[in-house]
Design a protein. Structure first.
Length: 168
């Protein structure tokens, strides 16, 4: 007896191959756009030097967060949905939370931060310090996401490349 999975599997595999090809073509197209735009090229070159930042993050930040490098750290964090909001009323002080902003930017910054906690010395040290202080994983990751975005914003604002910290 033939199962529904056996019937659908070749079609699904063909569709996955098509999607993979389309993704590769989009990456080629986006890379070509970056190379032909001098403004984007300068920004992309600055961003790609940061440990934890890859092509997808660069494409997303340049396309979905064009304000990067033009706003202060609080406003850029709010645009990305990484600004902490108070949940206070009267004498009660609730936990801080993040909300709103651009979800697609927040998603790629999360993935970049996850990588940065392993390979970026600044973010890694900050993450380890927060975890050692007893902060929950999500709180530490959100703080690191905001720090990484702030670093990227400052780099683009001052047009300065990534510099690894010197050991003390």
């Amino acid at each position: 007896m033939v199962t529904a999975l056996a019937i659908a599997k070749p079609s699904l595999q063909e569709h996955i191959r098509w999607l993979d090809g389309r993704i590769r073509q989009l990456e080629v197209d986006l890379t070509a756009q970056l190379r032909t735009s001098t403004a984007w090229q300068v920004k992309a070159n600055l961003l790609q030097g940061v440990p934890g930042i890859g092509k997808i993050t660069i494409f997303t930040l340049l396309a979905r967060l064009p304000e990067l490098g033009h706003l202060n750290r609080a406003r850029i964090a709010a645009l990305a949905g990484l600004a902490p909001f108070a949940h206070d009323s009267g004498n009660r002080h609730g936990a801080r939370f993040i909300q709103g902003g651009r979800a697609e930017v927040r998603s790629v910054v999360y993935m970049s931060t996850l990588t940065a906690t392993k390979h970026n010395p600044v973010i890694k040290a900050y993450f380890e310090r927060l975890i050692a202080a007893g902060k929950p994983f999500k709180v530490a990751m959100t703080a690191c996401m905001r720090k990484l975005l702030t670093i990227l914003n400052a780099m683009l604002k001052t047009n300065q490349p990534w510099r690894a910290p010197t050991p003390t």
